[in-house]
Write a protein that binds this ligand. Structure first.
Ligand code: C2E
Ligand code: CA
Ligand code: CA
Length: 731
């Protein structure tokens, strides 16, 4: 390069940047000769390099220079003497700058008086020394050229360093672990990168116009003075200039270069993304080109990040109900599970499969939405509602929120689905998180699922806490229940019939149908043990229906055999009676079996009444209007008051066998049987005593005015065919 050329650059630069309000370049002169400092000062006075003046700092030894460099971080170039305190003081300083201060950007121009002290080529390379000159070579023009080259290279290095940071952000955005903020991180990377490309301080914004037409454009990344504006809708941006430019950019779908720089990224799956940085006016064609290349590259990246976000969403999000899914919930349990106060619940809808198959799937979806809405309202953030599987929801929250009561409350009122009110019941299991966490977070879900299974069998329609102690007893009950289901479906349940007679004449009036479970040839399980279990699990409803139908068929058969006035007494369980369509079902069975309602009696227990006095009274009236008779079973063992008994419109009072048992050989009793009989008289009810085993009891009951009886004295419960045989011996 000739001196003339250098002059030319000098002139050009000065013309392009007639004045500069930028900070001057700081250059450190290190030399032990006072004269060199002065000469350098004069040589550089009034010169503009890359549009900025030069300001000199001075050090007279390597030691002093080192101290200045530890304090000052924006020195761009050092003009460094080689020989000072020692022959190699300059070289030593370079080594310390690079290795100890770890300053790789600062440029170094070495000057020496004597050519013999020139550093080796390897040293120049190893320590990234920009230039090496003898002092005599450094004329004004040469010094200017040397400094210009050094400053340009400093700038490039700084730019690289900054853009490397931007790149790092972009790279970590696309591979980073916390995928939720990936788009934001990536967009932040774009702002930084863009600013470093333009060599301006990072000040800018990025906003995205989502594909959803009704969603306004939103700011997803912001740097510098715009920092606070992340997530703010674009229209609420307080600075009007960037707001207008961004809006116009998204509208016109092209880059705008006049008021600040606004770049448009045509990213699929959005209506466009726009990035704005301020401070620039009318940039040149080369820079525009560079920015366009940048845009093309970044658009590909943005598309990937958005795709990743969508993948994340499908991995952690339930698309039907727009709730976190099972995977996300497990993550949240891991994050929050250590908290002593955390509770988790699984909520599973009862009989949802039926809704889905009987009605259609779309209706099922709306049912789920209705339930999700109500759960979300009842368990507001910080609680988390997730969808675990088809009709199972997960709830994560603190001990005040996640309670049995709060969960059960959600299902008390019917749900409005497309204007139709439907009742939905759900079974829930609750777990204390930290207590179950010892074995890991997936374990929480497992425990809750076990608890849910138990609850489904034993406490349908309710919410229960999971406890380990429950297990042994519960497991035994579950085993029995599973067997009972199997027995029911494979006809190992049957009915036995026990005669009911007139106490005075001994004439058979009818029989009570009693349920039997024959496990194998010589082993049976008494109904007292399995009926409560079936009752709790909801299994008693279909079993009860089967009992009703079977007993009516048997009745029909007995009538056909000539026992025309025969009365069949059938036990009805609490849950069966509570079914809303119980009466309809009853009518259908009577009709199907072709038996007169007058020949059928229902045995109800006091427990049916508790808490439901009004609906029970109404149902009983309906039943009796159909022609059936109703007996109050086990009377005196429950809690119903006289008052209740008076309200109920029934036909018969059944004295429990426990009270009959009290009547001893001598015919004395503690008097409860007496009381019940007297009460029956008062209310005009027929009384029937069960568990009559001997003559004394029969005689005593008769004396008290009890008309009917049932017990081993008259006949044991017998299976259908044997009972028919037994009946044929009576007359
Ligand atoms: P329950 O309705 O009080 O039935 C009378 C019970 O007394 C029957 O017991 C019967 O076998 C027994 N028993 C009859 N005579 C005598 C006697 O002289 N001495 C003694 N010690 N006991 C006698 P079982 O069959 O074991 O039934 C027990 C309970 O199971 C019944 O009590 C009833 O509450 C329930 N149960 C039976 N079958 C059904 C059914 O089909 N549906 C419903 N919901 N419950 C049923
Ligand atoms: Ca009974
Ligand atoms: Ca009884």
């Amino acid at each position: 390069m000739t001196d003339d050329n250098n002059q030319l650059i000098f002139v050009e630069d000065a013309v392009e940047n007639p004045a500069s309000n930028h900070e001057p370049w700081r250059v450190l002169v290190v030399d032990d000769e006072e004269d060199v400092h002065g000469a350098t000062e004069i040589a550089l006075r009034g010169l503009l390099i890359e549009g900025r003046f030069v300001k000199l700092d001075h050090a007279y030894s390597a030691q002093e220079a080192y101290q200045i460099l530890t304090r000052e971080h924006n020195i761009t170039v050092i003009l460094l003497d080689v020989v000072m305190e020692s022959d190699d003081a300059g070289l030593r300083l370079v080594k310390r700058i690079r290795e100890e201060l770890n300053n790789q950007a600062i440029r170094i121009v070495m000057r020496t008086g004597q050519p013999g002290y020139a550093p080796l080529i390897e040293t120049i390379r190893a320590y990234d020394i920009n230039d090496y000159r003898t002092k005599s070579e450094l004329t004004r023009v040469r010094l200017f050229t040397s400094l210009t080259v050094a400053i340009r290279s400093y700038r490039q290095i700084r730019q690289l360093e900054i853009s490397r940071y931007g790149l790092e952000l972009i790279i970590s955005a696309s591979t980073g672990l916390s995928k939720i903020h990936a788009l934001r991180q990536y967009a932040e990377g774009i702002v930084t990168q863009l600013c470093s490309l333009l060599d301006i301080a990072p000040e800018g914004l990025i906003c995205v116009a989502s594909a959803q037409q009704d969603e306004p454009p939103r700011i997803i990344a912001a740097a510098g003075r715009y920092r606070e504006l992340i997530q703010c809708p674009l229209e609420e941006l307080p600075d009007t200039a960037p707001r207008d430019v961004l809006q116009r950019c998204l509208q016109s779908r092209e880059h705008l270069y006049h008021e600040g720089i606004c770049l448009y990224f045509d990213v699929g799956a959005t209506r466009g993304i726009a990035a704005y940085v301020d401070g620039f006016h009318d940039i040149d064609a080369i820079t525009r080109n560079l920015l366009e290349v940048f845009c093309t590259n970044v658009t590909v990246g943005l598309e990937n990040v958005l795709l990743q976000e969508r993948l994340y969403n499908t991995a952690y999000h339930d698309p039907l109900l727009h709730l976190p899914n099972r995977n996300r919930l497990i993550q949240l349990i891991t994050e929050r599970g250590a908290d002593e106060n955390m509770r988790f619940a699984l909520v599973d809808l009862d009989d949802f499969a039926e809704i889905n198959t009987v009605l259609d799937h779309r209706f099922g979806d709306r049912v789920l939405q209705a339930v999700a809405d109500r759960l979300a309202a009842a368990f507001a953030p910080p609680a988390v509602l997730a969808r675990i599987a088809g009709d199972t929801f997960g709830l994560l929250g603190n001990s005040e929120q996640i309670t049995r009561h709060n969960i059960e409350q959600v299902f008390t009122a019917p749900f409005d689905v497309d204007g139709e009110l439907i009742r939905i019941s759900a079974t829930a299991s609750l777990v204390r998180l930290s207590r179950e966490m010892s074995e890991g977070d997936a374990e929480v879900l497992k425990h809750a699922s076990i608890a849910l299974k138990q609850a489904k069998l034993l406490n349908r329609g309710r919410a229960e806490w999971f406890s380990v102690d429950l297990s042994v007893a519960a497991r035994e009950r579950i085993r029995m229940l599973t067997e009972l289901r199997a027995a029911f479906s494979t006809d190992r349940l049957f009915l036995a019939y026990q005669p009911q007679v007139d106490l005075l004449s001994g004439k058979v009036l009818g029989a009570e149908a009693l349920l039997r479970w024959q496990v194998d040839d010589d082993h049976s399980i008494p109904p007292d043990q399995f009926i409560p279990l079936a009752e709790q699990s909801g299994l008693m409803v279909p079993i009860g229906q089967w009992v009703l139908r079977t007993a009516c068929h048997q009745l029909k058969h007995l009538i056909e055999l000539g026992h025309s006035g025969f009365r069949m007494a059938i036990n009805v369980s609490h849950s069966q009676f509570r079914e809303p369509d119980f009466v309809t079902m009853l009518a259908r069975v009577l009709d199907d079996c072709q038996v007169a309602a007058e020949q059928v009696e229902l045995e109800l227990t006091e427990s049916i009444v508790i808490g439901h006095i009004e609906s029970t009274t109404r149902k009983i009236i309906e039943i009796r209007r159909m022609g059936l008779s109703v007996a109050m079973d086990d009377f005196g063992t429950g809690y119903s008051s006289l008052n209740v008994l008076q309200q109920l419109d029934i036909d018969r009072l059944k004295i429990d066998r426990a009270f009959v048992k009290e009547i001893d050989q001598s015919g004395d009793s503690t008097g409860i049987a007496d009381l019940v009989i007297a009460l029956g008289h008062r209310l005009n009810l027929v009384t029937i005593a069960e568990g009559v085993e001997n003559e004394e009891q029969r005689r005593h009951l008769l004396q008290l005015g009890c008309q009917e009886g049932q017990g081993y004295l008259f006949g044991r419960p017998l299976p259908g065919a044997e009972f028919e045989d037994w009946m044929s011996t009576q007359d």
